[in-house]
Ligand binder design. Structure first.
Ligand SMILES: [Zn+2]
Length: 417
């Protein structure tokens, strides 16, 4: 994409009404627009990141046998009354039909999906099943000051598993836990993200959260220095020693980027999701749920990997792979940069091409702020030498590349994902 065609512009000043680091950076770089507190629009650069995160997660969900669906946002009150969550939850956005009757905007989807599955599950032969979606959730949060990390309207990947019994559920749960570790690794935050035990659920003493280290974190975890398992502050009291036997912990401020729950038979019992076993006996289906907020993950990457100059995207989710920056506007430089750009496009490389007539300083500042992993400069000097300067955004390392060696370099990065 030519930057002269990109309708968003960077801005120097921080938005006045924004206190979170992720939204400040993303607004200044033109990735998102704030509609109101806790509600954000994704602009071209931001949407490309969200779509890449979605693709990365989808791949891992499909690997574990997930089947993708998309359920509605509008929710039927009657279904939620069966689990007593219509009146009990204060984060609902509720609305009324013109002809009378209440509806809710879904904040999660255990109830409706369980209801859907009653149409298709009747025998032990129908299980296990894993079903997931990327879907917009609505939560009437009292506090929404964390940018895109805690929205009132946000895109979430939620998977639900349906199993014969506890044993089969635990197999699915273990697979999903591994898939989550893989997702955060590929999203570039694997080293700072800890699988964490937390208090949770009616059916097991704890749930598993995935907590990422960040200075401004809203949670505190205790990481075992011997085995790296972490415990949320709220539970920690019960675990004076780690399950591995060690009692040496390191304390970290974190944000939660994902969570997985054992739901037991709470929803299947309430909504009548059961199957006949081999002896013909009726049993309730054993369920699990597995969430990742896409904006929350994007915000976490923005906050934890950025530096004083701006955003730093890992190749796996970056809006573009290469930022091609043209310096100068003499005919030869323009022709050479245009040809380079067209050549990269033909090779399938995702390029943002800064073809604007602005100063070198402005181009470099914008490039640092936007945070595309590789920056390649085409100038009168590099046209003459036939080699172009390539800078890695994250490490600052400089290399000299020709058009064909750049394609090889990019492919080697892509292979690592
Ligand atoms: Zn341990």
């Amino acid at each position: 994409m030519r930057q002269t065609h990109l309708f968003t512009k960077t801005r120097k000043e921080s938005p006045k009404d924004e206190t979170s680091k992720n939204a400040d950076l993303l607004i200044r770089a033109g990735f998102i627009h704030k509609e109101m507190a806790g509600v954000y629009d994704y602009l071209p650069l931001g949407l490309r990141v969200i779509k890449n995160i979605e693709g990365l997660i989808r791949k891992e969900m499909d690997k574990v046998g997930g089947q993708e669906v998309e359920l509605s946002s509008l929710q039927n009150k009657e279904i939620w009354e069966k689990t007593e969550r219509w009146d009990a939850k204060d984060i609902w956005f509720k609305t009324e039909l013109n002809g009378g009757g209440e509806l809710g905007l879904g904040f999660t989807h255990e109830e409706p999906l369980t209801q859907v599955m009653t149409n298709f599950v009747s025998s032990y032969k129908d299980l296990p099943l894993s079903v997931y979606q990327f879907q917009t959730k609505f939560r009437n949060e009292l506090r929404a000051k964390s940018g895109i990390m805690r929205g009132r309207e946000f895109l979430m990947k939620d998977m639900y598993t349906f199993a014969l019994d506890k044993e089969q559920h635990e197999e699915l749960y273990a697979k999903l836990k591994e898939a989550y570790i893989e997702i955060f690794k590929k999203a570039g935050i694997g080293e700072i993200t800890h699988p964490t035990k937390a208090l949770g659920g009616t059916f097991s003493p704890y749930s598993d959260e995935f907590q990422t280290e960040t200075g401004s974190g809203e949670d505190t975890i205790h990481v075992c220095t011997a085995c790296n398992i972490a415990y949320n502050e709220e539970v920690k009291g019960e675990f004076e020693k780690c399950t591995c036997g060690s009692d040496s912990f390191e304390t970290k401020k974190t944000v939660e980027v994902g969570n997985i729950f054992n739901l037991g038979t709470k929803f299947s019992e309430a909504l009548g999701l059961s199957y006949k076993d081999e002896s013909g006996k009726e049993n309730n289906v054993h369920m699990g749920s597995y969430g990742i907020g896409l904006g929350r993950l994007m915000g976490t990457i923005a906050e934890t990997l950025s530096d004083e100059k701006g955003l730093v995207w890992p190749m796996s989710v970056a809006p573009f792979q290469v930022h091609l920056v043209r310096l100068g506007d003499n005919e030869e430089v323009v022709r050479s940069a245009d040809e380079f750009y067209e050549g990269l496009l033909r090779e399938g490389v995702e390029v943002l091409y800064d073809d604007r007539d602005v100063s070198a300083g402005e181009k470099f500042n914008d490039s640092d702020l936007i945070g595309i992993p590789l920056r390649v400069v085409v100038s009168a000097k590099t046209v003459q030498s036939g080699e172009h300067e390539m800078v890695e955004r994250q490490s600052g390392k400089t290399h000299f590349v020709t058009e064909s060696s750049l394609v090889d370099t990019i492919q080697s990065y892509v292979r690592e994902i």
